[in-house]
Design a protein around this ligand. Structure first.
Ligand code: SF4
Ligand code: SF4
Length: 367
């Protein structure tokens, strides 16, 4: 296992996320955690050098399961990370006390204000939670205080400047680096000397299996590297990243991840170029190359705001079903369901996008 210097300690480059521990009945909503399987995975992670274990007050059953497992181990052999989420329960004193109780510990090593968003920054800043946790830090009940963010870069900047944070956790992977804001977020934190813990290094699993064309490019370069390991290697090449969280829910996943973190071998320049090529292929096969020029809209007899619907379509392809909700807010006279398939839009589109087919697909998706 590779270790990174963090203040005066060493944290394992690979951290274990405990949000999706194995369930007694996998796939059945509300099924409790399978303690036997979960403890086997946690014990194995610890035995193989992972010393950073991430959980949160809001991950159902996770703190209790992790806490119960860790009572078997020397408290100085691992670091616990947990989080306070203001939207779920604003009573920070009660939440923190409950987390200590569930984790069966007298201190939490890494404590985070959970899931900073554009619409909760003021609530967090005005709540009194930060001074309270600073006091807990002085009392030795929290060792390092940080936050996790899904906010825009402007809000991240504001929060990063709110105090001297010990660390921050952000979503970072090669896809979001190229097509999202991950690179800017990394720079905002690095400029302020805030070490980074990474979540979603394989983008919720989406980067563990790409399209056949994209995978062929990666396999040709390194046949023995798994597709997920490319994503982990990318993140581990970034110097300000200390811990990379992976939600390991099976022994196979642990073994693959441990291999990736057994040596300090990020991507060299050539590998990086190969990965960027695969990333481009992956994206182009998934999303529609609409430039937003709007040449298509003028001749549409039912006045569908085509580029805005295509934007939602692309987000849906990349991020999943929940992105379709944004279609409700599109300002448009007609909807995809009104499309009569006349083809005027396609004839006007410089990108030759098959708009009528996509409108039919969107109409189905939005039913
Ligand atoms: S095919 Fe559909 S979206 Fe395109 S111009 Fe005709 S009605 Fe509008
Ligand atoms: S003409 Fe084509 S590229 Fe331009 S906005 Fe319409 S769909 Fe997008």
């Amino acid at each position: 296992m590779i270790y990174k210097e963090f203040q005066n300690i060493k944290v394992s480059g690979l951290g274990m996320g405990n949000m999706r521990l194995p369930a007694v009945e996998p796939g059945v909503p509300g099924s409790p955690i399978d303690y036997v399987k979960a403890h086997e995975i946690i014990d194995n992670a610890l035995a193989n050098g992972i010393n950073y274990f991430d959980t949160a007050y809001v991950y159902t059953g996770s703190e209790e399961c992790l806490g119960a497992c860790m009572t078997k181990h020397d408290r100085d052999s691992f670091y616990l990370a947990s989080k306070f989420h203001i939207g779920s329960n604003p009573d920070y004193e009660a939440v923190f006390a409950e987390s200590l109780r569930r984790l069966q510990t007298d201190h939490i090593d890494f404590y985070l204000l959970h899931c900073l968003l554009d619409n909760n920054i003021d609530t967090y800043l005005e709540s009194g939670a930060i001074p309270y946790f600073e006091q807990k830090k002085e009392e030795g009940k929290i060792t390092y205080l940080g936050f996790s963010s899904h906010a825009s870069t402007d809000v991240l900047r504001r929060y990063a400047d709110a105090r001297k944070w010990d660390f921050a956790q952000i979503q970072l992977n090669y896809y979001d680096w190229v097509y999202g804001t991950a690179k800017e977020e990394y720079e905002i934190l690095t400029e302020r000397n805030i070490p980074i813990v990474v979540m979603e290094p394989v983008r919720g699993g989406r980067l563990s299996s790409l399209t056949p064309e994209a995978e062929a490019v990666l396999k040709a370069a390194h046949p023995d590297w798994s597709i997920s390991s490319w994503a982990l290697r990318f993140v581990k090449s970034l110097p300000n990243v200390k811990v990379i969280l992976s939600g390991m829910s099976s022994m196979e996943q642990i073994t693959d991840n441990l291999n990736t973190f057994s040596v300090e071998d990020g991507l060299n320049e050539e590998d990086m170029a190969i990965l960027m090529k695969a990333c481009e292929l992956f994206r182009s096969s998934m999303v529609v190359p609409c430039t937003g020029c709007r040449y298509c809209t003028e001749g549409c007899p039912v006045q569908i705001n085509i580029p805005e619907y295509l934007k939602v379509y692309n987000a849906y392809k990349v991020n999943g079903q929940h992105e379709l909700n944004a279609a409700k807010n599109i300002e448009s006279e007609g909807t995809p369901a009104d499309c009569i398939g006349c083809g005027a839009c396609e004839a006007a589109c410089p990108q030759s996008i098959k708009i009528p087919d996509l409108m039919a697909e969107m109409a189905e998706l939005l039913k």
